[in-house]
Design a protein around this ligand. Structure first.
Ligand code: F6R
Length: 613
């Protein structure tokens, strides 16, 4: 996820761009850059100094020429290509007269790159973005106008994009377009703007337009025209924004947690995007660890804390099933204080949204000291854990601001399962066709999560019946067990209610003594190999007077028959089901927090990044 901004009709655009980039930093900040047309040339400045990229850019642009025409700016969250200056946007074509910024991922960039290199272009970055600049250059040299050139190129792209392009030959024009990733346009007297989101435009205009998928906009000072990629004119929908800045950053949601829960389909989709070669096999080239590094692995250790630990527990089931190697999952703060047995044939995976959690960072450091290969699954690009590890696999959830992890948790499960399939491919423990089949099922997860999110009213309804409850037990078996742990953690941290997560089969060995009328049992009853046994465990608590809420697949009447309340989810295969099943539990915790008057974005006693032991 990156942030883009652009303006035409403002002769001193640099302060506007820098302010916008600062507001877009939540979308990533491993590099930042601007480009503008001035005196028949494109002037460009870029900085790649991680957290300080926008500040460094401010220094670089202090002496920039004024009196410019169209201007664009970008703040990057790296996917393809490391976070260096040469990979920073804007990218230019071979002539240096065209500059382009991009948010998204171009899936067919490798084949397009081969094509333009064969045509004699010099590609200077490792990004998936730069190919677009050269393809547009080819169209322009054939006589096309800038809008026509961009339209022709966009029709060839697979993947997601929001882009903005300027050219020294059409100095006042910005051509912008989007597919999947968002783009808003703004209009004010004599000035036209674009940005990835509304907060970047607040203070400059309140008149905004949202560009729909596969629409292209031509921005000139104080004017805007929109068309389809086929060139058909369309009337964009106009809105008047009355929000203040903080409300705008939440994009109309009541809080960041709601916004981030709604971003989960994108987080899952982006984490899966562009992981497959044309032949269907997995390629994790950003990971740094090579197939040879991984071929000798005979054991996997995963270390993490909190929600990241629960994602790791889900992955244990998947990796052991697909790869047939033992997987140990450890709470990071415990790991290095025992005598973990690992060696150079062990793959130690540290899972951390922030990539800065001290317990996890120290655990992977200890694993490296013991000779293990260390892979970090991080959401923050270039985090200290990512830098120190032998390899890194990024979840592409975009920055998570709500303290309670939601979209990153889902993205972690998906990333770890992708890793599992990759190991299965390398170690040949699953046939290629099976790996493909599972990946196809994973690609359907974003729409299943969307469907589940849309049922929030049903969850709210159940939550409203549980406002007097004080004791919650979350039970699950198989992969339902980590989902239960995550549901309980969410309820504790957001609604401050006592909640135990337990493997349902273990209940009879002690905790069932706590079950009495008034207790609420939330059971994960989506279909998995232990579903029937799970229902027997539910019967045990029901007969002791507990109120039973079950997360159950659509159409599963047998589960519904033994529950007081049902939270329905669309079915998927058992090892993928946690990605969907945890969503109503996030919503339940969220709604109960609200009903008890707590702010879900600022749970008491907690911090987003925990850098103490
Ligand atoms: C719970 C939550 C925490 C984090 C934990 C690890 O909602 O957010 O439990 O999962 O503090 O943080 P990271 O993943 O940054 O290492």
């Amino acid at each position: 996820m990156c942030g883009i901004i652009g303006v035409t009709g403002e002769a001193d655009a640099i302060p506007l761009l820098l302010e916008g980039l600062h507001r877009l930093e939540y979308r990533g900040y491993d590099s930042a850059g601007v480009a503008m047309v001035v005196e028949d040339q494109v002037w460009r400045a870029r900085a790649a100094t991680a957290r300080t990229s926008v500040a460094t850019l401010a220094e670089l642009t202090a002496g920039a020429p004024r009196g410019h025409a169209a201007a664009i700016g970008h703040t990057r969250w790296a996917t393809h290509g490391s976070p260096t200056e040469e990979n920073a946007h804007p990218h230019v074509d071979c002539t240096g007269r065209l500059a382009l910024i991009h948010n998204g991922i171009i899936e067919n960039h490798a084949e397009l790159r081969a094509e333009i290199e064969a045509n004699g272009h010099t590609v200077t970055s490792g990004t998936d973005t730069e190919v677009m600049a050269h393809l547009i250059e080819e169209q322009l040299s054939g006589g096309a106008t800038l809008p026509d050139a961009v339209r022709a190129v966009l029709r060839r792209l697979r993947g997601s994009f929001s882009i903005a392009v300027i050219s020294a030959d059409e100095p006042d024009t910005i051509v912008a377009a989007c597919r999947i990733t968002p783009l808003v346009l703004g209009l004010e007297d004599g000035m036209t703007l674009l940005a990835s989101d509304i907060p970047a435009l607040i203070g400059h205009t309140r008149r905004v337009y949202t560009l729909a998928d596969d629409q292209l906009a031509v921005l000139t000072p104080g004017a805007l025209s929109v068309m389809t990629l086929e060139g058909e004119p369309v009337e964009p929908e106009q809105r008047t924004i009355t929000w203040d800045l903080e409300a705008a950053q939440k994009e109309g949601f009541e809080d960041f947690m709601s916004k981030e829960m709604h971003q989960q389909p994108t987080a899952v989709g982006d984490t899966l995007l562009d992981r497959r070669a044309v032949g269907g096999e997995l390629i994790l080239d950003e990971m740094r660890l090579t197939p040879d590094d991984l071929r000798g692995i005979d054991k996997v250790f995963i270390v993490a804390c909190g929600s990241s630990y629960h994602a790791a527990l889900v992955a244990k089931y998947a990796i052991e099933h697909w790869v047939k190697v033992p997987v140990e999952v450890d709470i990071a703060s415990e790991f290095r204080y025992r005598d973990p047995v690992l060696n150079e044939r062990t793959l130690c995976v540290g899972v951390s949204q922030s990539g800065e959690t001290l317990d996890t960072a120290e655990a992977v450091r200890e694993a490296a000291r013991l000779g293990a290969k260390v892979l970090v699954v991080s959401n923050v690009v270039d985090s200290s854990m990512a830098r120190a590890a032998d390899g890194v696999l990024y979840t592409r959830a975009g920055p998570e601001i709500g303290v309670a992890s939601t979209k990153c948790h889902l993205a972690q499960i998906v990333a770890l399962e992708v890793l599992g399939l990759y190991l299965a491919q390398i170690l040949r423990t699953q046939p290629a066709a099976r790996v493909n089949e599972i990946l196809n099922a994973m690609e359907r997860l974003p729409s299943l999560v969307t469907e589940t999110l849309a049922r929030a009213d049903d969850v709210d309804d159940v939550a409203s019946k549980l406002t007097d409850a004080r004791d919650f037990f979350f039970l699950g078996r198989h992969v339902g067990f980590p989902v239960a742990l995550e549901g309980a953690l969410k309820l504790k941290e957001l609604a401050y209610l006592r909640a135990e997560g337990y493997p349902a089969g273990e209940l009879k060995h002690g905790p069932i003594a706590l079950i009495e009328p008034g207790a609420v049992v939330v059971g994960i009853a989506t279909r998995n190999p232990l579903w029937e046994k799970m229902l027997s465990n539910v019967a045990e608590v029901r007969s002791r007077g507990a109120t039973v809420v079950l997360v159950a697949d659509d159409g599963d009447e047998e589960s519904a028959a033994v529950a007081d309340h049902v939270l329905r989810v669309p079915p998927t295969s058992p090892l993928l089901a946690p990605v969907v099943g945890v969503v109503p539990l996030q919503q339940l915790a969220y709604r109960l927090a609200r009903l008890h008057g707590h702010d879900p974005d600022r749970p008491r006693n907690l911090a987003k990044t925990v850098t103490v032991e």
